[in-house]
Design a protein around this ligand. Structure first.
Ligand SMILES: [Zn+2]
Length: 353
């Protein structure tokens, strides 16, 4: 992204879009007082986060017994109720789920489909599904330090070992097909990228015609083979993101607070919620709603306006897709593809000879 002389002035920055992740699938209900379990609690949590200022809801679904749901029908029920309870909120389903068939009919029909592709079949459809690009390690223990999980299930060494070895599966044939199905269903892929090389892969997908649409993405600085906390890496990522993209910063634990302060100052967007940290900046427990309030206060200190639901939908270009590869490259502010025989750096409107 380019920074003009006046880019750090808040009146020239997009209104701040606050993503909230209040469901925390890695936690069990006993880990915190702020883990919604029943359907009513999960819906109410979205309402409370929206009223506090969050306009994007990162959705995971919990069964009544407290375990993460793998039932498509339960996701559909939750999405339908969220649409009624928070109609303006952008519903972003976490894309790491593999659904399990619920009956023999589904089992037979789904056999040929990777169950992770079923996200494209959600009904009512969410606004977005998160998509990781390229398989990688997702060792969330990397950035867990003393105090980050005191008194939680993460004190169990076996659980720590399992989370250390966690992998994000997203090989090219899978994510190309997944993006194709999401777009066909009118769902916007929200790219979750851990470093510039994953961003380069997304650029190749766009240049080769596998995706024509808005580039809405998170810089996922959660360690464990994805970005760490060196701000220089973050700034290089920001520099490499094209001007027409919408970039949110994301990290884990108490790093959320300094990282989001930087995001707000730079004109980027923020993510918070108990999926990212159970604790506030002073190591005290902090609910998802309190974290959203913290982001709003931080933005106010810098005079950054906060997006309402309509603003957020406009900024995220929900429901919009672009015409073709050239149109996508132009709207994102990427250098055009090279025409056959063209030498030098391709410049839009000025073909090189
Ligand atoms: Zn998630």
């Amino acid at each position: 992204m380019h920074f003009l002389d006046d880019s750090l002035l808040p009146e020239n920055q997009q209104k701040l879009v606050i993503q909230v992740a209040p469901y925390g699938p890695q936690w069990i209900p006993g880990d915190s007082d702020d883990i919604p379990v029943t359907m009513d609690e999960q819906i109410q949590k979205a309402v409370d986060c929206y009223n506090a200022g969050a306009t994007v809801l990162h959705v995971h679904v919990r069964e009544a017994d407290g375990k993460g749901s793998k039932r498509l029908s339960m996701f559909n029920e939750m999405l339908a109720r969220l649409r009624e309870a928070v109609p303006k909120m952008i519903l972003q389903v976490g894309g790491s789920i593999s659904f399990a068939p619920e009956d023999e009919g589904q089992a037979a029909k789904w056999l040929s489909d990777d169950t992770r592709h079923m996200l494209a079949d959600l009904n009512p459809k969410p606004d977005q599904v998160t998509v990781a690009v390229n398989s990688s390690q997702m060792n969330i223990m990397d950035l867990m330090m003393d105090g980050d999980f005191t008194g939680t299930s993460f004190e169990n060494p076996q659980l720590q070992a399992a989370y250390e070895d966690m992998v994000i599966p997203s090989n090219p044939s899978w994510h190309r097909e997944h993006i194709r199905r999401l777009v066909a269903a009118g769902i916007q892929p929200h790219f979750m990228l851990g470093h510039v090389h994953q961003l380069e892969s997304v650029e190749r997908l766009i240049r080769r015609g596998h995706y024509n649409g808005p580039l809405i993405l998170n810089y996922v600085a959660i360690g464990g083979s994805l970005a760490g906390l060196n701000p220089v890496d973050m700034l290089e990522f920001v520099r490499r993101v094209p001007d027409g993209a919408v970039l949110t910063l994301e990290t884990l634990n108490r790093h959320v607070y300094p990282m989001m302060a930087m995001a707000i100052a730079l004109g980027m967007h923020v993510r918070c919620g108990i999926e990212d940290t159970l604790n506030g900046p002073h190591r005290e427990r902090m609910t998802s709603v309190q974290q959203v309030v913290h982001m709003v206060q931080q933005a106010r200190l810098l005079n950054r306006d906060i997006a309402n639901g309509d603003d957020a939908r406009e900024i995220y270009q929900i429901g919009q897709f672009y015409k073709d590869t050239d149109d996508t490259l132009a709207r994102l502010g990427y250098t055009p593809n090279r025409h056959p025989g063209e030498r030098g750096i391709p410049v839009r409107g000025f073909p090189n000879v």
